[in-house]
Design a protein around this ligand. Structure first.
Ligand code: ADP
Ligand code: MG
Length: 274
């Protein structure tokens, strides 16, 4: 347990330093013309250093809103309660400047559409090198070399040529792997990937999941892999949490949730297994 609520940058006060993300009783309510919409209802979960947690659930079950609340990316009209600690630092209630520092230093977020994270006017090498230069005291040349190295690590063929290309010159799967390379350059403690493979062909999905695996190995980061498709997380996570109607209804090992689901709902998701 923490002893103080501290909203300052870099504040850490947790005893169990092995827990990198600790979400407790998180709720999100949107106001709408039809009255309040409770999108997230008392969600709690913990992720340990280096662990991979899958969050699965049907569309609209609150997976994205949960992580957007943690990342401080919800519109101001959303009412958020509860707690989310990243390396012991409370992130719910931080102001924009404070939470953007947490996003840059501690959490990397990967979205379904890689173009939301990439800048169309800069080469991919430039964008990876920029991330390297914010975290390491290296020369521009060394940062570029590191960019090529990271492109190689996420499985991009001919990284020394690709490094000078622009996002539009790459396929969707390659772009997503570039986003993962940028996440690696930021050396995060937690990577939250929200439906990172949903827009991609099955063969390409595997490459992106392997790139996430490489990122986890390289940085030692914990991974929260969000998907509506249980089949996606099967070989790639240590534990699965199932969301339904804003609640986290089941958590367990992959085997437990896949083969001995407690809820008929989780059983229904098995339809998406390959
Ligand atoms: P999932 O990611 O599991 O598909 P979401 O977390 O995106 O689901 O959405 C959960 C619920 O919150 C849905 O009912 C959705 O319509 C609602 N919702 C999401 N974002 C907003 C928003 N910005 N304003 C109002 N309601 C929203
Ligand atoms: Mg979503």
């Amino acid at each position: 347990m923490t002893t103080t609520d501290n909203f300052n940058d870099g504040a850490t006060a947790t005893v169990d330093t092995d827990i990198v993300l600790d979400v407790q009783d998180l709720s999100v309510t949107f106001s709408s013309e039809d009255g309040p919409l409770k999108a997230v209802r008392g969600v709690s979960y913990r992720v340990r250093r280096g662990e991979a947690l899958g969050i699965v659930g049907e569309s609209g079950s609150g997976k994205s809103v949960t992580s957007m609340a943690i990342m401080g990316l919800l519109p101001k009209s959303a009412s958020v309660s509860g707690s989310a600690r990243v390396l012991g630092q409370e992130v719910i209630g931080l102001n924009d400047a404070q939470i953007s520092k947490v996003r840059g230093d501690k959490i990397a977020m990967i979205f379904q559409d890689p173009l939301t994270s990439l800048n169309p006017v800069y080469t991919i090498g430039y964008q990876i090198a920029e991330a390297v230069l914010t975290h390491r005291k290296v020369t521009k040349q060394e940062a570029r070399k590191r960019a090529v190295d990271l492109l190689d690590k996420v499985g991009i063929p001919h990284p020394d040529r690709r490094v000078d290309q622009y996002p539009h010159e790459l396929s969707g799967g390659m772009r997503q792997r570039v986003v993962i390379a940028i996440a690696m350059a930021n050396d995060p403690d937690v990577i939250i990937a929200d439906e990172p493979t949903t827009a991609l062909d099955v063969t390409v999905q595997a490459q992106v999941l392997e790139a996430l695996e490489a990122a986890r190995k390289e940085t030692g980061a914990a991974l929260v892999l969000i998907t509506h498709d249980l089949g996606v997380v099967a070989g790639h996570v240590d534990r699965v949490a199932v969301m339904y109607a804003g609640r986290l209804v089941e958590t367990g090992s992959v085997e437990d949730v896949f083969y001995r689901p407690r809820m008929p709902y989780a059983l229904g998701l098995l339809g998406s297994l390959p």
